[in-house]
Design a protein around this ligand. Structure first.
Ligand SMILES: Cc1cc2nc3c(=O)[nH]c(=O)nc-3n(C[C@H](O)[C@H](O)[C@H](O)COP(=O)(O)OP(=O)(O)OC[C@H]3O[C@@H](n4cnc5c(N)ncnc54)[C@H](O)[C@@H]3O)c2cc1C
Length: 423
């Protein structure tokens, strides 16, 4: 088939690769000048399938309300919210019911475990060399943090995830550069989880896909679908006139902007941008830097080793815009880095070498992504991967390619389709 993909983030690139591997003729349209320039650009890189869970969880509304008044809050509402954002929050609130949460968590974790296996297979088979390190610690500052993670540990046990509850001395043995002055209770150690550079992986896989014949058209914006001919796309390359291009099928992998593309087809996908931040800095002294990935459970901030750089990422902001960075969110990242690894990064007097970034997680209110057929002939989707799109990318892409081929995917994708739109 002649297939178009909208978007060259991690989801579009992995989808392009899988469809090319199935023998299709694939064209990817991307409005930016390169792959992974938007949300896939500088995320935390964590691949921890046991921790892939919906944000719509019992008890979350009360937590969000409490966070509104705290200085280093992991979740923020940039008030006033728009009508669309209020509608999204209403759907999110309804999805916090225990039975919905459990069903959505199971869907996401199935996909995430499958995806990690697929990520490893691609990395090995294609000999992809990107910055990655194995092992993940969830840092527990106090007994309160320890109590808060207990329900999550049961989830890990149920999913058969290898983990250990360790004390501070054992955590320091795993990450010897940890600040000796920071007192903490202990950590959860997940030896099989990892962090990896999502953007680097996307760029490598894009090159492989190009070698297989995939045509990437950058600086090219796709207009919203024309309901009269959904498998034809109106595309505009920078500096050129709009062109109509015909395909047998189109897969929408456009991150947060996918909803606007699909709206003329009558598909109302409740995607909202949930903003987050990261800072990435060169490592000043490797002996002072983390070896792998950590999550500060209190601040929900991840610290990841990315080759010669350290990346600190976190914050969830609903409302506001991508263009306006909130200084206090970035200060929280510096604070958490300083708490755990004060001498790791070259921060002072280096000016431009610290990259401060804001990205928009393409989030559906109930949690799982939406993948598969839309019910409109020729139009497929792979979108809404929220805060764990890197961790679910390779599996989602393979599943979409299987569905398009009329095969049952190796992973159970029930509950990941557009039928959720009716709810
Ligand atoms: C601070 C932060 C930390 C995160 N940490 C993690 C983590 O540790 N682990 C994890 O798994 N995930 C993490 N994520 C989430 C992850 O980054 C996203 O889920 C993932 O990048 C989404 O990928 P995507 O391809 O759907 O979107 P994007 O990367 O945004 O790609 C969509 C692409 O579509 C293009 N596009 C859109 N509309 C059009 C159009 N009309 N025409 C042409 N092109 C178009 C855009 O330019 C863009 O390049 C994090 C996110 C943030 C913000």
């Amino acid at each position: 088939m002649k297939i178009a993909i909208v978007g060259a983030g991690i989801i579009g690139v992995t989808t392009a690769y899988e469809l090319a591997a199935d023998g299709h003729e694939v064209t990817v349209f991307e409005r930016r000048g390169a792959a992974a320039e938007e949300t896939s650009f500088a995320n935390a890189g964590v691949v921890a399938p046991g921790y892939v869970t919906p944000w719509a969880a019992p008890g979350m509304p009360a937590k969000v309300a409490r966070f509104l008044f705290s200085r280093h809050a992991p979740v923020r509402l940039a008030l006033p919210l728009s009508a669309a954002e209020i509608g999204w929050m209403w759907k999110w609130w309804r999805a916090c019911k225990p039975e919905l949460y459990l069903a959505n968590r199971a869907r996401m974790q199935r996909l995430a475990f499958y995806s990690r296996a697929r990520l490893h297979k691609l990395t090995e088979d294609l000999e992809l060399e990107y910055d990655r390190s194995t092992g993940y610690l969830v840092m527990l500052r106090t007994d309160k943090d320890r109590r808060m993670v207990q329900p999550g540990l049961q989830v890990l046990r149920d999913a058969g995830v290898k983990f250990a509850e360790i004390d501070a001395a054992a955590a320091r043995a795993i990450e010897p550069a940890m600040n000796p002055d920071t007192n903490f209770l202990g950590a959860i150690h997940l030896p099989e989880d990892e962090v990896g550079n999502c953007r680097q992986f996307a760029l490598l896989l894009k090159t492989v896909a190009q070698g297989m014949g995939v045509n990437f058209e950058f600086n090219t914006t796709v207009a919203a679908f024309d309901p009269a001919s959904p498998a034809a796309l109106d595309v505009t390359q920078l500096g050129h006139a709009q062109q109509r291009r015909e395909f047998n099928a189109v897969v929408v992998c456009g991150g947060v902007d996918s909803a606007a593309l699909l709206r003329p087809l009558g598909l109302r996908v409740p995607l909202a941008p949930v903003y987050g931040y990261s800072i990435s800095a060169p490592i000043r002294e490797p002996l002072n830097a983390p070896r792998a990935g950590l999550m500060d459970e209190r601040y929900k901030v991840a610290i990841s080793r990315m080759g010669n750089r350290v990346r600190v990422a976190g914050s969830a902001e609903i409302g506001g815009s991508l263009d306006t960075k909130r200084p206090s969110a970035i200060q929280t990242l510096y604070k958490v880095l300083h708490d755990w690894f004060p001498g790791a990064a070259q921060i002072a007097n280096t000016g431009a070498s610290v990259q401060e970034w804001k990205g928009a997680r393409p989030m559906l209110p109930d949690g799982p992504p939406m993948i598969g057929a839309t019910g409109i002939p020729g139009v497929w989707i792979n979108l809404g991967h929220g805060s764990t799109g890197w961790a679910m990318s390779c599996g989602s892409a393979r599943a979409v390619a299987d569905l398009m081929a009329g095969r049952a995917p190796e992973v159970d994708v029930s509950g990941l389709g557009v039928e959720r739109l009716a709810g």
